[in-house]
Ligand binder design. Structure first.
Ligand code: ACO
Length: 436
């Protein structure tokens, strides 16, 4: 860590001597107070469940300004990346720190595309799952199983292993996700085709069959690519922190990424797009636009347990910039497929309008997040609702692996080991069972 830019003085009301703590400045964003020596100096921990005020690491990958609604990957605004780059360029940026030039792009694409096939044995592993299993259960299992198939790249402390496992994970995730889908559908698996783009290849593996040629629709290909770009990284969110914590024990990259997939599954995180579309479909089936007011009252009633899914974010307290881009993509995809009058899209727009004008949402700074529209796009493309989080996992894999590799390369990295405020019983003696 660099020299302190400033210091903070911590004083106590009980007479304990005050101490100085170093303060560091990042390149942008809030400063941090370094409390690593706090326990040694005072015998006290800090208390911050949910990490509301805690920076768990230093990172140079992704920056979010939640008040401005700004998202930067390695300094580049998400709006420019979404308009001018494809997903593999974004992967190069996140992994290696900069956008590729023409030659670097060709080399990187070739490296990824050469690794899209998975070990044939994985198909037999897949067959052990029930066909009605949730795809996220299957994908978590498949990613975890990769460490059993690719022994030659499991040493997290070896930079070559880290590089090859990064390429393998990015390359093979579309194949694994489409295998999970085809298995569920009872359709033949489709092998990857190297002449297609990353997103085009995924569309073909999902929706192609051996019976006929599959023509990739360029509008859908671009839309999917944009979904991948928008979900590629999001600094120290729950699943990324899970990957870092899991990887901090020195476990192999496939195991750490499988932990990230498992965390992403939850409805407060990656599962929100699935939950959001289920919410919209439920509302549509129960009266649609006419019942929006009633539904909003439930959302605002703390005792109902109902949340407006796809709304709110821990960091964005202004519009999520990804939501705006996703809304544009949503319009393009619906127009391409002749679904401009899609009732769910209309319902989503109506809900958004009401929420943005409602005091409950305004006061709490709740805005649509990326998942509010991504579900509608995916559904229009033909992706079933229970596959949505799998698509998110596919896209986020590059972010997880870039963050994991950054952590391993950080000389200050240590195994993650949070402490606690203990509120349980003090020491007591075990009495014989007959006396309890
Ligand atoms: N609907 C209704 N009320 C909400 C919502 C919502 N979607 N989100 C937050 N609130 C309310 C809370 O009830 C709370 O109200 P209170 O202050 O009166 O108690 C206040 O807003 C703050 O909410 P918290 O849950 O404390 O905020 P937190 O930062 O912990 O949670 C989260 C953020 C989990 C994303 C939350 O907004 C949520 O559950 N949203 C719905 C799920 C969702 O869309 N998740 C996707 C996140 S983005 C992603 O993973 C890609």
């Amino acid at each position: 860590m660099k020299q302190a830019d400033n210091k903070a003085t911590l004083s106590f009301s009980n007479g304990t001597p005050s101490i100085d703590l170093p303060v560091y400045q990042g390149s942008i964003g809030p400063d941090v107070i370094d409390i690593r020596k706090l326990y040694g100096q005072t015998g006290m921990f800090t208390y911050d469940p949910g990490f509301l005020s805690t920076a768990s690491c230093q990172s140079a990958i992704t920056y979010i300004d939640g008040d401005k609604g700004e998202l930067l990957y390695r300094g580049y605004p998400i709006e420019q990346l979404a308009a001018q780059c494809d997903f593999l360029e974004t992967c190069h940026l996140l992994l290696y720190g900069d956008l590729p030039n023409v030659q670097q792009k060709a080399d990187f694409n070739k490296r990824v595309i050469n690794h899209t096939m998975v070990n044939e044995q994985l198909q037999f592993f897949l067959r052990g799952f029930r066909r009605d299993a949730h795809p996220m259960a299957v994908i978590t299992g498949l990613v975890g199983a990769m460490s059993a198939f690719y022994h030659d790249s499991t040493d997290i402390n070896n930079p070559e292993h880290r590089e090859i496992s990064a390429i393998r994970l990015i390359a093979k995730m579309p194949t694994l996700v489409s295998l999970a889908y085809k298995y569920k559908m009872g359709q033949p698996y489709m092998y990857p085709r190297n002449e297609l783009s990353y997103s085009g290849n995924f569309l073909r593996m999902m929706f192609g069959t051996p019976c006929e040629d599959y023509q990739v629709n360029p509008v859908l290909e671009r839309a999917l690519d944009r979904i991948f770009i928008l979900h590629a990284d999001h600094e120290q969110n729950a699943s990324t922190s899970t990957v870092r914590l899991c990887g901090s024990s020195g476990t192999n990259p496939f195991a750490a990424i499988a932990a990230g997939v498992a965390c992403l599954w939850g409805p407060a995180h990656g599962g929100a797009n699935e939950a959001c579309l289920n919410m919209l479909e439920g509302l549509q089936a129960n009266g649609g636009a006419e019942k929006v007011g009633e539904f909003m009252n439930q959302v605002k009633d703390k005792n109902s347990g109902v949340r407006l899914m796809g709304f709110g974010h821990r960091v964005y307290k202004n519009y999520d910039p990804r939501a705006k881009l996703m809304q544009d993509t949503c319009k393009e995809v619906l127009a391409e497929l002749g679904l401009e009058k899609d009732p769910l899209f209309k319902l989503a727009m109506a809900l958004e309008k009401i929420a943005l004008e409602d005091d409950y949402f305004v006061q709490r700074k709740l805005y649509p997040n990326v998942d509010f529209y991504s579900g509608i796009v995916q559904r229009a493309i033909g992706i079933p609702v229970n596959m949505f989080t799998g698509i998110f996992a596919l896209a986020r894999t590059v972010g997880w692996i870039a963050q994991l590799n950054e952590m391993i390369g950080d000389p200050e990295y240590k195994i993650g080991r949070p402490r606690q405020l203990f509120t349980g019983s003090k020491r007591r003696e075990v009495s014989p069972i007959s006396q309890r």
